[in-house]
Design a protein around this ligand. Structure first.
Ligand code: GAP
Length: 521
């Protein structure tokens, strides 16, 4: 297995373009920064991950910490909601990242992503760089004949105002060009309706989560659910990211897979730990190596405005290695959101609904325990607490591409392979007649027609067999079935394994079962 440090992102991005996974959006007009189009194979890969998440979260959720099956229902809410949603959720006004501008390079950076080489014994200058990319700073220091051995790396946010004049920005040549961090709103706005003005300004959602909170009461009243239960949603989100970068890692339009799990307040810690562990295990089912995956608790200074605890599932991307970058956050949102959107004379005069829950089972339990009437009343109605596993679907695509991307310099034909776990590969098998004559195409086509009703398989009779294998390797097809001269006499075909190159012979009648078994793993 190739280590993330040895994988070259430029080569992966080129392969994704060349083989129809991801294209720059509106490329023929010069592209648009932060936007990407998913080609036929990228779409297939994304859908495979999406469907697996939906299956594991909604259709067949795990068994909960008490041995009972967890109850989760699905939702597909609108991307544009009443703008009051974002005022009460805290996104208007609160959904800001601190940004710094460079007056020399005219670039803008997220302040919390800028790191600085700071001398241990104070002396000018300091050298700033973007997290994970210290090379420009090291080059600057070398030019000035400064030995960075006497420097420590600190976050830009740790430095005082008067120190800014000594910092050389990540893309600057002289010190003192970085501005103080300023807040920057990340929501993209739009103006539904015929009139374009402040009064009808609305927002493209920056997270799918709020649509779930707005529908809490609807789901409770129309479905046979009771707390604890979850509502899951997959869909597009939009953020006016100031520094979209690292291919599809941080883009301005992306897809999220989020689940809000509503539970009694005094059970929230149990559910937080449960979802933290479940979600980490889920990423392993995608074929991600445990060595490249960690759980990292947020420090108090990192927590979003809504969350009282958060743990990230992080992956060792080639561009963060040997460090890790975020893939999913599991947040304890407490009762922040339901309270914020709840009808309330003092805090929310806009909402017409109280978003709380009457826990009948708890009421009966307390009655049986002989608890005082007033206490039962007070305790049986509450605002549920929320545990939220929130991940990026498009970021998951990147993780599977990075994980699968394997340079194969010694292999004939393909310089790279994508070693996806078979279940997630866009194409599951290639079916080839060895030569396009002598009755082989007919047998191959019959097999193709049999398999295509169940699985995504491709028939290819063109070009030399080595070229056909190479293409399948590069798009990550785990198996190729080749019909050759022997097939016509003994009814067996060659199965070639993408990763090991091992070849075995399987009877034509057993090919479907062979593939079914491999894809079920
Ligand atoms: N509802 C909580 C929430 O949205 P988040 O950590 O901001 O939390 C959740 O986002 C996940 O969405 C992230 O872990 C990441 O995978 C994905 N994500 C966030 N911003 C993204 C962006 N600009 N581009 C691609 N994926 C993004």
């Amino acid at each position: 297995m190739t280590a993330p440090e040895e994988k070259n992102m430029d080569e992966l991005v080129a392969l994704c373009k060349r083989r129809g996974f991801v294209y720059p959006a509106s490329e023929i007009y010069g592209g648009l920064r932060g936007f990407w189009d998913y080609g036929p194979l990228g779409t297939a890969l994304k859908n495979n991950i999406r469907d697996w998440w939906w299956k594991c979260m909604v259709e067949c959720p795990p068994i909960g910490p008490d041995g009972e099956p967890v109850s989760i229902v699905g939702l597909d809410s609108a991307i544009i909601q009443n703008p009051k949603t974002w005022q009460h959720s805290g996104h208007v006004g609160g959904f800001n990242d601190p940004m710094v501008d460079c007056t020399e390079s005219k670039k803008r950076y997220r302040a919390d992503h800028v790191m600085v080489y700071k001398p241990i014994v104070p002396a000018p200058p300091m050298f700033a760089f973007l997290e994970g990319d210290p090379k420009p700073a090291e080059k600057n220091a070398k030019k000035q004949k400064i030995d960075l051995a006497n420097y420590e790396i600190v976050s830009l946010l740790e430095l005082a105002h008067e120190q800014y004049e000594r910092i050389i920005g990540p893309d600057a040549t002289k010190p003192g060009t970085l501005t103080e961090p300023r807040a920057f709103n990340l929501m993209l706005d739009t103006y539904p309706g015929p009139i374009r003005g402040e009064e009808n300004k609305a927002y493209l959602r920056p997270e799918t989560a709020q649509g779930i909170f707005l529908n809490f009461k609807n789901v409770l009243d129309t479905m046979r659910v009771k707390v604890p239960f979850g509502i899951a949603q997959i869909g597009k989100s939009f953020r006016n990211e100031v520094t979209p970068r690292n291919f599809i890692f941080r883009s301005r339009e992306f897809e999220q897979m989020e689940m809000e799990f509503f539970c009694p307040p005094d059970e929230s810690q149990k559910w937080y730990e449960f979802w933290r562990d479940e979600r980490y295990k889920w990423w392993l089912t995608l074929g991600v190596d445990e060595k490249n995956l960690i759980l990292r608790d947020h420090g108090d200074d990192e927590l979003a405005h809504y969350s009282s605890a958060c743990v990230d599932v992080e992956y060792k991307y080639p561009f963060t290695a040997p460090g890790y970058g975020e893939l999913e956050g599991v947040a304890h949102r407490g009762c922040y959101d339901l309270t914020a959107h709840s009808k309330d004379k003092q805090n929310n005069k806009d909402s017409n609904t109280r978003l709380d829950y009457f826990d009948q089972e708890l009421q009966v339990r307390l009655q049986n325990e002989g608890v005082d009437k007033d206490e039962i009343k007070a305790r049986s109605r509450y605002v549920p607490h929320v545990i939220e596993p929130a991940s990026g679907l498009t970021r998951a695509v990147l993780v599977l591409l990075c994980e699968a991307f394997t340079p194969t310099p010694d292999r004939q034909g393909s310089k790279y392979i994508l070693s996806f776990k078979p279940k997630f590969a866009p194409v599951k098998a290639g079916i080839f007649p060895l030569v396009n004559k002598d009755g082989m195409p007919e047998v191959a086509m019959k097999l193709y027609n049999q398999l295509r009703t169940k699985h995504v398989v491709e028939y290819d009779a063109k070009a030399a067999i080595g070229k056909r294998y190479a293409r399948m390797d590069e798009i990550g097809t785990p198996f190729c079935f080749t019909i050759d001269g022997d097939t016509l006499t003994d009814q067996t075909v060659t199965v070639r394994d993408r990763d090991t190159l091992a070849q075995e012979r399987v009877h034509l009648d057993k090919v479907e079962a062979f593939l079914d078994a491999k894809l079920a793993e």
